[in-house]
Write a protein that binds this ligand. Structure first.
Ligand code: SF4
Ligand code: FES
Length: 252
């Protein structure tokens, strides 16, 4: 095992209606090669052996793809480091003897399920409101490669499509805004010819759902872009605003 000793101050909360509190946990035998989640596994193993309730936290792929891991570490979404998710954060970013604060995403639209796990189904409902293309898949499809698309647009659409729906943008924004997420989901389709036929309906429906879910307005701080593990650009928020404005003024 490793030789780092840490003190973790971790948010514990029994459910959405529990007030919650920070609790202290010493952890020994932490290797600098462990990921942050592996370090939490060590702690949970220790808690289970002691007959205590392990800490609930979200994770799935553990390789920066699924967007499930969602921890606020020392006041930063996904912790120190840029362009990485919590599962890609390694303990070598910390020092022996450190005290580390671990909290869940904080947003009224992401209620805590238990401890560090939050309910982010609001993102699914925004996506379901319009983040798709209604394609007839009955056998008469045109080969995607046969549709000419300027390289610049294809690259920008691809960049927008790398959003993994983790919610770090919401957790970081002082207003708990979901603009960066919604903008990425609108942009990835708005930039492609296949997305244009439903572009107006999509922008209006997704923004309406975003507002219904209780996310705040864009704070214009740009913090979301800084903490986004996939580097989703604020440029997409500008595109969402243009798409939404154009759809609003030409709405029938
Ligand atoms: S925009 Fe970035 S921070 Fe927000 S959900 Fe997508 S990947 Fe996560
Ligand atoms: S566990 Fe899938 S991105 Fe971290």
């Amino acid at each position: 095992m490793g030789n780092m000793k840490l003190t973790l101050k971790i948010w514990r909360q029994n459910g959405p209606n529990d007030k919650g509190r920070m609790e202290n946990y010493p952890v020994n035998d932490v290797s600098e090669d462990m990921s942050f989640l592996e370090m939490l596994d060590v702690l949970n193993d220790q808690l289970v052996r002691e007959g205590k309730d392990p800490i609930a936290f979200d994770h799935d792929c553990r390789e920066g793809i699924c967007g499930m891991c969602s921890l606020f570490i020392n006041g930063e979404a996904h912790g120190p480091g840029r362009g990485i998710t919590t599962c890609q954060l390694h303990m070598r970013k910390f020092k022996d003897g450190d005290t580390i604060y671990v909290e869940p995403w904080r947003s009224a639209a992401f209620p805590v399920i238990k401890d560090l796990a939050t309910n982010r189904s609001a993102f699914d409902r925004i996506q379901a409101a319009g983040g798709f293309v209604s394609v007839n898949t009955s056998g008469n499809l045109v080969d995607g490669n046969a549709v000419p698309i300027p390289k610049d647009d294809a690259d920008k659409a691809f960049d927008a499509a790398t959003c993994i729906g983790c919610g770090a943008c919401v957790a970081t924004c002082p207003n708990g805004s979901a603009m960066l997420f919604t903008a990425a989901k609108v942009s990835q389709l708005a930039l492609l010819p296949q997305g244009r036929p439903e572009a107006k309906r999509r922008a209006l429906a997704m923004v309406e759902q975003m507002d219904k879910e209780g996310f705040g307005n864009c704070s214009n701080t740009g913090a979301c872009e800084v903490e986004c593990p996939k580097g989703i650009s604020l440029e997409h928020i500008a595109r969402l605003n243009r798409e939404y404005l154009a759809a609003s003024v030409t709405k029938e």
